[in-house]
Ligand binder design. Structure first.
Ligand code: XIL
Length: 276
């Protein structure tokens, strides 16, 4: 069966309402921030897993899947990594992938190995970033390092503004097709789906075209702005996943509206009091 997950924060696990909803309504968790580069390697070569392990243990003790998020990303990098470039950054990035994936080896259902590496707009090109400037092969190098470190985890590429057939999602589609043809280890594509008041009519067809490449697809960070057709959009996303056999699960990006990163949007499934 498919999983239904929530992004959770270690600092909220002491909140009884939050934990009650988490353990009764969800069977997967994603750390909202606790496994990002700045959190896990605040200074180079010194790894801190305390809060990431809290999320992991919350999930495992509840019999839930744990999605690892995210090994490499242009955002939320520690300052020391932001200051690196070239070979020094490439080596540091691959070491980060190896160390973190090794620490969590055997425990993670799926890793977001690379997050948000494509540009918005009509180019279909990679996003400019310090990682991209180390060479176009940085993404496949990261996937190979992750596979070597934890052969049991599904390895995902994850991005936003990919919630339909458009230039950005097509750029990613072409990368995944190329990776599959050359044997680069990739198992899944995550669609963040931070949605506003509408949803692209090609949402399901877009999931299906990726699935047809031979990868799983997952909705990884779903939230939907209130005030438009919020319930209908949640329903459309859910039905799309259910209609695509390789859509293995849906994760919402928080539990209550008051837990959301989108302040004021009230985009989640539970209100501030924890009511559905
Ligand atoms: C967000 C978190 O929810 C915030 O708490 C944090 O301040 C910034 O990052 N895409 C992603 C997520 O992949 O990691 C982001 O999470 C939201 C956008």
């Amino acid at each position: 069966g498919r999983y239904f997950g929530a992004a959770i924060a270690a600092g909220r696990l002491g909140d009884a309402t939050y934990t009650r909803i988490l353990t009764t309504e969800f069977n997967a968790v994603t750390p909202e921030n606790e496994m990002k580069w700045d959190a896990t390697e605040p200074s180079q070569g010194r790894f801190t897993y305390t809060n990431g392990d809290r999320i992991l243990n919350q999930g495992l003790s509840n019999g839930s899947k744990v999605r690892g998020h995210a090994l490499l990303w242009h955002a939320q990098q520690p300052g020391w990594a932001q200051a690196l470039s070239g070979t020094a950054l490439r080596n540091a990035a691959l070491n980060h992938v190896t160390q973190v994936a090794t620490h969590y080896k055997g425990k993670i259902y799926a890793w977001d190995v690379v997050n948000e590496a494509f540009a918005d707009g009509g180019s279909g090109a990679r996003r400019d970033s310090n990682l991209q400037r180390t060479g176009n092969d940085w993404i496949e190098a990261a996937f190979r390092a992750a596979r070597a470190a934890d052969p049991g985890a599904k390895l995902c590429y994850n991005d936003y503004n990919t919630d339909g057939i458009n230039a950005k999602s097509t750029g990613i589609y072409n990368m995944v097709r190329d990776f599959k043809s050359r044997g680069v280890p990739i198992d899944c594509v995550g669609f963040q789906s931070h949605l506003g008041t509408g949803i692209d009519s090609s949402y399901q067809a877009n999931l299906q075209r990726f699935a047809d490449l031979g990868v799983d697809v997952q909705i990884t960070e779903l939230d939907v702005e209130q005030g438009g057709n919020q319930a209908t959009i949640y329903s459309t996303v859910t039905k799309a996943c259910l209609a695509v056999s390789r859509c293995t699960g849906i994760t919402v990006w928080g539990i209550r509206d008051s837990d959301s990163w989108r302040t004021g949007a009230n985009p989640l499934l539970f209100d501030n009091s924890g009511n559905k």
